[in-house]
Design a protein around this ligand. Structure first.
Ligand SMILES: [Zn+2]
Length: 151
C-alpha cells in the first residue's frame, strides 16, 4: 500500500476522499483493489449496526433499582443469619474467650499468689512487712504525742 493511500484511507472510507488519493487510485491498481476491499468491509460493518438504538423495556430501571434496594436492606441484618458468617463469628468468639482466659490464669500476679500460698511462704510471711498503713499510723501516733506533749 502506498503512503498516500495509507494516510488518506480513513477519509476515503468515510466518504470524503482526498482528490490526490482518487487520482492515485485511478493510476495504481494495487491501491485501488485494497481500497475496494476496505470499502466492502466497512460497508459490511455498517450493515451490522442496528437501525435504531435499542431501548430497555419500560420500567426496567425502576425494577433494577427496586431489586438493589431490597437486597441492600435485607443484607445488613441477614449477614448475621448467614451460616458461614455465623460459624466464623462463633469460632472467633470461642478463640477470643480462650485467649482471654489463658491470659487471666497465667498472669504474673496469679503466680505470686500461688507461690505465697505454699506452707513455707505462709510461715515466712507470718511477720507482716511494714506497710504504708502502718507507717501512716506511726506518723499519726508521733503527731498526737507531739501535740499532746506536756512537760
Ligand atoms: Zn498505490
Amino acid at each position: 500500500m502506498c503512503p498516500i493511500t495509507r494516510d488518506g484511507l480513513e477519509g476515503y472510507l468515510a466518504g470524503k476522499p482526498d482528490p490526490r488519493l482518487q487520482q492515485h487510485l485511478a493510476q495504481c491498481r494495487e491501491c485501488r483493489e485494497t481500497a475496494t476491499q476496505f470499502l466492502a468491509v466497512a460497508e459490511m460493518v455498517r450493515s451490522l449496526r442496528p437501525a435504531e438504538l435499542l431501548e430497555p423495556a419500560p420500567g426496567f430501571y425502576g425494577r433494577v433499582m427496586d431489586r438493589i434496594e431490597s437486597q441492600r436492606s435485607s443484607s445488613i441484618w441477614s449477614v448475621f443469619l448467614e451460616p458461614l458468617f455465623a460459624k466464623r463469628l462463633v469460632y472467633a468468639s470461642v478463640i477470643l474467650t480462650l485467649f482471654l482466659g489463658i491470659m487471666l490464669f497465667t498472669s504474673p500476679k496469679d503466680e505470686a499468689v500461688h507461690l505465697s500460698s505454699t506452707p513455707e511462704h505462709i510461715l515466712v510471711e507470718e511477720q507482716p512487712p511494714v506497710s504504708l498503713v502502718n507507717v501512716d499510723q506511726d506518723r499519726n501516733t508521733v503527731f498526737v504525742q507531739l501535740t499532746t506533749y506536756q512537760e
